[in-house]
Design a protein around this ligand. Structure first.
Ligand code: HEC
Ligand code: HEC
Length: 358
């Protein structure tokens, strides 16, 4: 289609140019002076020119002025261009970035707004968490049941996963859940470019790390390194603590670690049960920690991979990486998120003590 258009445009240009030249040929012929006579007396291209008065007067000044203007262009114009160039380049990068965010947002939109409905399941354009209707089949009875499957908040996803790990999730989805494969590698409808713009969009809606100053509260003394790899903002920590308190109020006698492991659905983006307890995501939890998408953590199974508490703490802080060894003879897939930027060291220690007691 595009090739066809380009060829068509080229033909039109060719035709216009051809007609132009033919017209010019005839007009020029018609306008030409008749030959005046013998070339010796008066060659056809000879005519009286300006006299010295005119040549060395205003005409000369005009040409000189033109020279000066050209000089000014080079001496001032080029350096100014050179000085402004980095700014122009930065502007171009920012413009492209904004364009990517816009494209990603279009894809992220609800179906009603022409998108792929990420917003519909994940709780709006800011992806603060939502629920998705789904049908689960009971493995024993074969009974099919309609449930609402928890779709986690995505506004902290890059605190837990690297960009490549999120790319994997978008490409392949979570096949056992309402989260389908979106990228072409997983059989989904999106191109690699679509996935890239979605990733840039997701980056743009991340909560800003504690101490990271954005354009709105810029300060020249701020440490720019805080903005990548910092911890979640205090408000999010408060939110997590509040969810822990709610859990403890409903389950008297539970430990901090148990509460953090099992946080309620609204705070599910920070919980472990979402992946390690079957059925937690649709309100029908099986045995805590007995494994679902994430592995079985009960009965000391996990302790064989982590002889010491410290090994397990460091694993939960960093999460797994694809192909990388962890603990004793554990090989990661990159699907276990890292919680080091979301939870405090004490919280992780509490969780680990709880997990080791399962
Ligand atoms: C039909 C509802 C639905 C749609 C549409 C949907 N998701 Fe999901 N998504 C889910 C559910 C449910 C999960 C959690 C699956 C699980 O339990 O592991 C999920 C998980 C994710 C995760 C992993 C989050 C984590 O912390 O484990 C990412 C990233 C994600 N979705 C991004 C997207 C993007 C981007 C789109 C749009 C292209 C999208 N989702 C569309 C329902 C949906
Ligand atoms: C998004 C899903 C997900 C969440 C949330 C999650 N995990 Fe995991 N976890 C996994 C997966 C998948 C593995 C398997 C290792 C891999 O594939 O890299 C795993 C592995 C582990 C292991 C190692 C098990 C072994 O025996 O090797 C431990 C321990 C663990 N998770 C603890 C936790 C704790 C504690 C939390 C909450 C702070 C948590 N996980 C949250 C998905 C998850």
């Amino acid at each position: 289609m595009i090739a066809l258009n380009t060829t068509a445009v080229a033909w039109v240009i060719f035709a216009v140019v051809l007609v132009g030249w033919i017209t010019y040929y005839f007009l020029n012929n018609a306008a030409a002076r008749k030959e005046l006579g013998s070339e010796v007396e008066m060659a056809p291209n000879r005519k009286p020119y300006y006299d010295d008065e005119v040549l060395e007067g205003r005409r000369l000044e005009r040409v000189q002025l033109l020279g000066v203007l050209l000089l000014v262009t080079m001496v001032i114009g080029l350096p100014v261009y050179w000085i402004l160039e980095p700014g122009r380049q930065a502007g171009a990068v920012e413009y492209k970035q904004d364009q990517f965010i816009g494209w990603g947002e279009n894809l992220f939109q609800t179906t009603a707004n022409g998108g792929f409905n990420c917003a519909g399941c994940h709780g709006g354009l800011n992806a603060t968490g939502g629920q998705a209707p789904y049908a689960v089949t009971d493995p024993k009875t074969g009974e099919v049941r309609a449930v609402n499957w928890f779709a986690p908040a995505l506004d902290t996803i890059f605190y837990k996963y690297s960009k490549e790990e999120v790319r994997f999730i978008l490409n392949y989805g979570r096949p056992f859940s309402p989260m389908s494969a979106w990228g072409a590698p997983g059989g989904g409808p999106m191109t690699a470019q679509n996935i890239e713009t979605l990733l840039v969009y997701l980056e743009s809606i991340q909560k800003q790390p504690e101490g990271c100053l954005t354009e709105t509260n810029f300060s020249p003394t701020a440490d720019p390194s805080v903005c990548d790899g910092g911890s979640v903002p205090a408000a999010t920590q408060d939110e997590i603590q509040k969810a822990v308190d709610t859990y403890l109020a409903q389950n008297p006698g539970a430990s901090q670690g148990e509460a953090l492991f099992n946080l309620d659905l609204a705070s599910g983006a920070y919980s472990c049960a979402r992946c390690h307890t079957q059925g937690w995501s649709y309100g029908d939890p099986g045995v805590t920690g007995q494994g679902a998408f994430g592995w079985n953590l009960t009965g000391g199974a996990t302790n064989t991979h982590f002889p010491t508490e410290a090994d397990m703490i460091s694993f939960i802080k960093s999460g797994s990486s694809n192909g990388k060894k962890y603990g004793m003879q554990g090989q990661g897939s990159g699907r276990m998120p890292g919680f080091g930027s979301m939870l405090t060291d004490e919280q992780i220690k509490a969780i680990v003590e709880y997990v080791r007691s399962l």
